[in-house]
Design a protein around this ligand. Structure first.
Ligand code: F0G
Length: 361
């Protein structure tokens, strides 16, 4: 198969290689959500659904480039710490490349779908008695000791691939509306996407392809129980303070020490964006609302919608804005969260008449 020129690799001119280990990734939909758009009250609202990538999250965009780099280097073991999605993507792309993969997960805090993916794609899974940040500390040490090649978003080649989210959003939005979106709202964990989108837009401005004034306002959303980036924006810090105790049902973004904060904070500030924290209940509501309009996302992804709602209610987001929300992972990543947020199954007898009676109740 030759996936060069497709998806992420359509933007090879902005990437360090012409092609990579590809399944292929990118070219995700920019969904219309008319009911949500009307309800939130903005000029337009689109949902860029990164859950439609091969392993169900945006991580695939980074891995296609990152694993290519690992091949160039000739390393024999790839590793990452993960809240789940990175491990699923690394396992799949490492498997594709025929390289051993090692993933460190916070024990008991990773959604079922993600662990299943890492397991079946053949990663060695180490369940660590600690949170994501502790896992990353350990795996970074292993990498420094030469035990493995690190494929967390600390690795700048991951972010190169993730820049293509920004290129796709601008391109699709322009094609449909003949203008660029005013704002991109995204969930934030390690702030890799925030940093990657900012780099993508800066490169376009430097190349003369985009006016500075056209760069969308990067708007980050975190869960209240894990919001060091929001704290840093509110307090004007150059880096985040490490939160030792983090908690949220959006386990993908249960992160207290965002490693890309120093790259991402200037992106939020430099584009006139902001950062906001949302309650878990608001995340669950947003997940259900999106799903009822046919778009199935995992809790962390729904944080973008919850954040937009909150910023609209506070007046930070105007009613005449064109907004794109990024949804980063698929509903099936976290089946337990989806089942808990949705309707309960109704037990009925194995009998048509009885079922008709039940439906008439
Ligand atoms: N949404 C989802 C579904 C994620 O899996 C992640 C990060 C984020 C948002 C945050 O993105 O780090 O670029 O700000 N997941 C990582 C992982 C930490 O291990 O899968 P970010």
């Amino acid at each position: 198969e030759d996936f060069s020129g497709r998806g992420v690799w359509r933007y090879a001119a902005a990437l360090p290689f012409e092609s990579g280990v590809s399944l292929p990734e990118g070219d995700t939909p920019l969904h219309e959500v008319p009911r949500l758009e009307a309800d939130v009250g903005v000029r337009s609202l689109r949902v860029k659904h990164e859950g439609m990538n091969p392993t169900g999250s945006f991580k695939d965009r980074g891995m296609t480039v990152g694993v290519r780099v690992a091949q160039e280097l000739g390393v024999d073991r790839l590793a990452c710490a993960s809240t789940g999605n990175t491990s699923a993507a690394l396992a799949a792309y490492g498997g594709r490349a025929g390289v051993e993969t090692l993933v460190l997960l916070p024990a008991g805090k990773v959604a079922a779908g993600k662990v299943a993916q890492a397991a079946l794609h053949g990663a060695r899974i180490l369940e660590v008695d600690g949170n994501f940040d502790a896992c990353l500390d350990v795996v970074a040490e292993l990498a420094n000791m030469g035990e493995a090649y690190l494929l967390n978003s600390l690795n700048p080649f991951r972010l190169e691939g993730q820049k293509t989210i920004g290129f796709e959003i601008l391109e699709s939005f322009l094609a449909e509306y003949d203008r660029y979106p005013d704002r991109i709202v995204l969930p934030v964990g390690n702030a890799g996407n925030t940093a990657a989108l900012y780099k993508a837009f800066r490169e376009l401005v430097e190349a003369g392809a985009l006016d500075e004034a056209e760069v969308p306002m990067l708007t980050g959303v975190q869960a209240e129980g894990a919001a060091p980036m929001v704290e840093a924006i509110e307090e004007g810090l150059d880096d985040t303070r490490r939160w030792e105790d983090v908690e949220t049902r959006a386990t993908a973004i249960r992160i207290g020490n965002p490693v890309n904060a120093r790259k991402a904070l200037p992106g939020i500030r430099g584009t006139g964006g902001t950062a906001v924290a949302v309650a878990d209940e608001a995340i669950v509501d947003a997940q259900r609302t999106l799903a009822e309009e046919g778009v199935g996302v995992e809790p962390a992804s729904a944080a973008s919608i919850a954040g937009l709602r909150k910023l609209r209610e506070s007046g930070t987001v105007d009613d005449d804005e064109d907004v794109v929300c990024l949804t980063t992972g698929h509903l099936l990543k976290d089946p337990d969260a989806a089942a808990a947020a949705g309707r309960d199954p109704e037990p009925v007898p194995n009998d048509t008449e009885a079922i008709l009676g039940h439906l008439a109740e």
